[in-house]
Design a protein around this ligand. Structure first.
Ligand code: ADP
Length: 618
C-alpha cells in the first residue's frame, strides 16, 4: 500500500535501525517524522538510520545516512591507534592522551624492547600492559600482562588473533574506591565542511569490585580492572540504582558534580575532554575522507551525505587528566538494561539514565542534520506537540508522574497513511486515544506520522480546561511555546570554538588529499604500483635522488609490511596508512630536517605545488 506523505514531511528509513529502533521511534514521535520501518525504495528518505555500518545502505541515492563509509574500520583498535601514534610522532606534546600501543604479533619485538627501556626508568611501579583482541569489543578477550614476554606464552591459545597491547593506566581517579570511565557522545555532522558537536550529557560506567593497582594476584579480576557495562552487568555486585549519583551506571553530570564536591574543578576536566575529542577527530578525519572517497556511488546518481554519532571512552587519571581508550563507531543507543528479576532470570527493563542521555542525543542529532526548512518543520511539530502535552498535563496531573517515554506515547496521533478517506477514521482514532488517555492513562500507541491539524483534536472530557488556554492554541509560535523547547544537548566544537586549536593539525588532511588525487580509476581498490609511480614522477622525486628501482622496492616493502600488520586488510595495493609511511620515508630522504613534522610539511608543500593542489583548501 502506498502511503501519502506531505511534501514537507521529514521521512526516515528505520529498516536497518535494529537495536536503535526504540530510541529512533521516540524521536519519530517527538519530531513528527514519517517512519518507513520497511524502507522506501523508489522515493527514498531524508534520513537513513542504521545500527552498524554504511554497507547496509550502499544503494541509497540521496538523503543523509547516519554512518560514514569505513568509519567502523577507522575506529577499530588498530587503525585508531595508528592514527593517534602518527599524530603523536608529529605533535608529541599535544597527542599525549592515548596510551602507548603496539600491534601484536607484528610488533612483538618492538613491544618487548621498548617496554624494557621504559621499565628500566621506572622505580616504584613497573608498567602493566592491557592486551585487547584487534576486532574485539565489550571487554571480550582482554587480559592484563605484567611482562611483555608473557604474551608469547599466552599467544598459542589465541593463534590467528591479532591484538593491540597497550600501557595500562593504573593511577586512575576513583569514586568511592571504584574505577570508572566516561562514555562521551560526539556527532560528526559533516566532513566538508568539517563540523562536529559534543553531547553535554553522557554516561559513566563503574567497575564492580573496588580498585587496586594491578598486582600478580589481582591481575585477572576483570570486574576490578575493566569498566565495560556489558561485562560488569554480569557481576553479582552490579548496582542498578535510579539515583543519579549512585549505582554502576551514572550520568556524566552527576560524576562531574561529585568531582566538584571532591574539591576539584569539573569545568577544567570537561574542557580537557573537549580538547581530546577535537584532537582525536583531527587524527581520524583524513582516514574517513579517504574511505568516503573510495566508496562507490552508482554512476550518474547523487550519493547520500553522512553523519555519525561516535562514542568516546575516556578514563580520568588521578590528576584528572583525560585518557582516551577507544572510539566506538556504533555506541549502544539501547535504553534498556538487563536486570536479574529472580535468581537466574534476567529481564530487559527501561533504564531511565540511558533514556535521559540517548533520547535527547538522537533527537538533537536528527534536528542538527536536517536542512533548515525541514528542521523548522520538525521544530514546529515538536512545539505543537509539547503544547498539547502541556494542556493534557494540566487536564490531569497524574500524567506528571509518568516517565517521559510514557508521556510521549500517550499523546501520539495515529495515522496509517495512504488509504483514501482515511481522515475520518484517524480523527476517530485520535479522539478515542485521547479519551482513553484521560480515562485510563494507559495507551499503547503505534504512531508513525503526525499531522499538524490533528493536534487541534481535543479529548472530549478536557474541553473546559483547554478553552481557558485558547490563546495558547491559536498562538502556536508564541514565546511560551518557544520556551517549552529545552536547548539542544549538543554543543558545537568545530568550527567554533576550537577551529584555531584544531587547524594546526591539518597536515594529515593534506596528505590524504595527495593520496586521493593520486588514486587510479579503480579508486576503491587503493593505490596501485602504477599510480604510485605516476605520483613519484609527477612530483619529480627523480630529481631529488629517488631511482625507479628504489621506488618499486619501497612500494613492495610497504605493501608487505602492511599485509603483515593487518592480514584482515591485505590487498595488492597501498592503503592510506601505507602511503603515509611512504611519505615519511621519502620526506626523510628528500627533505631532511630537525623534526618529522618539518620534513613532512616540506614534502607535502612540494607535492602540492607539483600536483597543482592548493594548500589548506580543506
Ligand atoms: P572493548 O572495546 O573490548 O570494550 P576497551 O579498549 O574499551 O575495549 O577496554 C575495555 C575496558 O578496559 C575499558 O572500559 C577500561 O575500563 C579498561 N581499559 C582499557 N584500556 C585501558 C588502559 N590502557 N588503561 C586502563 N584501563 C583500560
Amino acid at each position: 500500500m502506498k502511503r501519502h506523505v506531505s511534501k514537507h514531511a521529514v521521512t526516515i528509513d528505520t529498516s536497518k535501525a535494529k537495536s536503535n529502533a526504540d530510541v529512533v521511534r521516540l524521536c519519530v514521535k517527538e519530531l513528527g517524522l514519517v517512519e518507513f520501518p520497511l524502507g522506501r525504495k523508489e522515493l527514498g528518505c531524508d534520513i537513513y538510520w542504521n545500527e552498524f555500518c554504511y554497507n547496509d545502505n550502499h544503494a541509497t541515492v540521496g538523503g543523509r545516512v547516519n554512518k560514514f563509509p569505513g568509519m567502523e574500520e577507522v575506529c577499530s583498535k588498530m587503525t585508531l591507534s595508528r592514527c593517534l601514534d602518527i599524530m603523536r610522532d608529529l605533535y608529541p606534546e599535544d597527542y599525549d592522551f592515548y596510551p602507548c600501543t603496539w600491534y601484536l604479533p607484528a610488533q612483538y619485538e618492538d613491544f618487548c624492547k621498548e617496554a624494557e627501556v621504559k621499565n628500566a626508568k621506572k622505580r616504584k611501579f613497573k608498567q602493566t600492559y592491557i592486551v585487547k583482541p584487534y576486532g574485539g569489543s565489550s571487554g571480550e578477550g582482554i587480559f592484563l600482562l605484567k611482562e611483555p614476554k608473557n604474551y608469547i606464552s599466552s599467544y598459542p591459545s589465541k593463534r590467528g588473533t591479532c591484538h593491540v597491547a597497550q600501557e595500562y593506566v593504573s593511577n586512575v581517579y576513583l569514586i568511592d574506591d571504584f574505577k570508572f570511565d566516561f562514555r562521551i557522545y560526539v556527532v560528526l555532522k559533516s566532513l566538508e565542511p568539517l563540523e562536529f558537536h559534543i553531547c553535554k550529557e553522557g554516561l559513566a560506567r563503574f567497575s564492580t569490585v573496588p580498585y587496586k593497582r594491578p598486582t600478580k594476584k589481582n591481575i585477572h579480576e576483570s570486574f576490578m580492572h575493566l569498566t565495560n557495562y556489558s561485562l560488569n552487568k554480569r557481576s553479582k555486585d552490579f548496582c542498578h540504582s535510579e539515583e543519579e549519583d549512585e549505582g554502576s551506571k551514572r550520568t556524566l553530570s552527576s560524576v562531574m558534580r561529585r568531582i566538584d564536591m571532591d574539591g576539584k574543578d569539573s569545568r577544567e576536566v570537561w574542557e580537557n575532554i573537549e580538547l581530546v575529542v577535537c584532537k582525536t577527530i583531527m587524527a581520524i578525519v583524513p582516514e574517513v575522507k579517504v574511505a568516503v572517497h573510495k566508496t562507490i556511488i552508482t554512476p550518474g546518481k547523487t550519493g547520500p551525505s553522512f553523519f555519525q554519532i561516535l562514542g568516546f571512552d575516556i578514563l580520568l587519571m588521578d590528576d584528572l587528566k583525560p585518557i582516551l581508550l577507544e572510539v566506538n563507531s556504533s555506541p549502544s543507543l539501547s535504553m534498556d538494561s538487563e536486570e536479574e528479576v529472580s535468581p537466574g532470570v534476567t529481564k530487559y527493563v527501561r533504564s531511565p539514565k540511558d533514556e535521559e542521555v540517548k533520547f535527547p542525543l538522537v533527537r538533537d542529532t536528527i534536528l542538527l542534520v536536517l536542512s533548515p526548512n525541514k528542521r523548522k518543520h520538525c521544530e514546529k511539530k515538536r512545539r505543537k506537540r509539547l503544547m498539547h502535552l502541556k494542556k493534557l498535563m494540566s487536564c490531569n496531573e497524574s500524567v506528571l508522574s509518568r516517565t517521559s517515554s510514557d508521556v510521549t506515547t500517550c499523546v501520539q496521533m495515529y495515522e496509517d497513511g495512504g488509504e483514501e478517506n482515511v481522515e475520518d477514521e484517524e480523527d476517530e482514532e485520535v479522539n478515542q486515544q485521547m479519551s482513553e488517555l484521560h480515562l485510563h492513562m494507559d495507551l499503547d500507541c503505534a504512531t508513525n506520522e503526525m499531522e499538524e491539524e490533528k493536534f487541534e483534536t481535543v479529548p472530549p472530557d478536557s474541553d473546559h480546561k483547554l478553552q481557558t488556554q485558547e490563546g495558547d492554541l491559536h498562538n502556536p509560535d508564541g514565546d511560551h511555546e518557544e520556551a517549552l523547547l529545552e536547548e539542544s544537548c549538543l554543543k558545537q566544537l568545530y568550527p567554533d570554538p576550537y577551529q584555531e586549536e584544531c587547524d594546526q593539525f591539518h597536515i594529515l588532511g593534506r596528505v590524504a588529499k595527495l593520496y586521493m588525487n593520486s588514486l587510479g580509476v579503480r579508486k576503491s581498490a587503493g593505490m596501485s604500483s602504477s599510480s604510485f609511480r605516476t605520483f613519484i614522477r609527477k612530483c619529480e622525486f627523480g630529481k631529488k635522488g629517488l631511482t625507479s628501482a628504489s621506488v618499486d622496492i619501497m612500494y613492495l616493502d610497504l605493501q608487505r609490511r602492511w599485509d603483515n600488520m593487518n592480514p584482515d586488510l591485505s590487498g595488492l595495493t597501498l592503503s592510506f596508512q601505507a602511503f603515509l609511511d611512504a611519505c615519511f620515508e621519502i620526506s626523510k630522504i628528500c627533505f631532511p630536517a630537525a623534526t618529522k613534522l618539518e620534513m613532512l610539511e616540506n614534502f607535502v608543500g612540494h607535492c602540492e605545488s607539483h600536483l597543482c593542489l592548493r594548500e589548506n583548501e580543506d
